[in-house]
Design a protein around this ligand. Sequence first.
Ligand code: SF4
Ligand code: SF4
Length: 197
Amino acid sequence: MRYPKLRELREAIKAIFKGPYTTKFPKVPSPAPKYRGKAEFDEAECVGCGACVEVCPSDALELFDDLKKRKRNIILYYDKCIFCGECQTNCITEKGIRLTPEYDLATFDRAKAKTSIEKDLLLCEYCGAIIGTTDHVKWVVRRLGLLAYANLGLLLVSHKELGLAEKEVRRLKKLPKRSDRIKFLCPKCRREVTLAD
Ligand code: SF4
Ligand code: SF4
């Protein structure tokens, strides 16, 4: 029979009083401060541009536009995410999506392994085409500063924010005329308005 060495005996006695060296995870959370884990959107910083969706190599991000509700949804599926961090690196606001140290993502229901963000869409007043999200256009206005006043659509967005323009966007029934230049129009309709006499 092999008898325990003195060192092993000492460790065993210590363990009786101190408990085992291993952590009690998952019963007790075991935080990992430096870890590339679950990605989370930041509601205040994300503008819904969709750049992260374009760069995601594993199709873990999906974008859905609902023209009827005028809403854009971006969904992040954790079961597809490979935690590469491309979304965070390429986010246009640099803070719209971040990888957190959270790694405990195990679940019995895959349908629950997702998160999403919803943004208002800005549609062309004439043809209904998507111009972008309202937050994205506002972000462009802020970035451009005074230069935004060179673009009528952007000018309208900043006036809307200041309460100087109508909140509700109406659909134009007739082909736009030159007098409709100060409207939310997609590039195609804006060209038609500009060329109209
Ligand atoms: S971390 Fe990588 S895989 Fe995961 S959502 Fe971002 S870009 Fe896609
Ligand atoms: S702001 Fe950033 S997180 Fe939001 S949709 Fe654009 S790239 Fe993605």
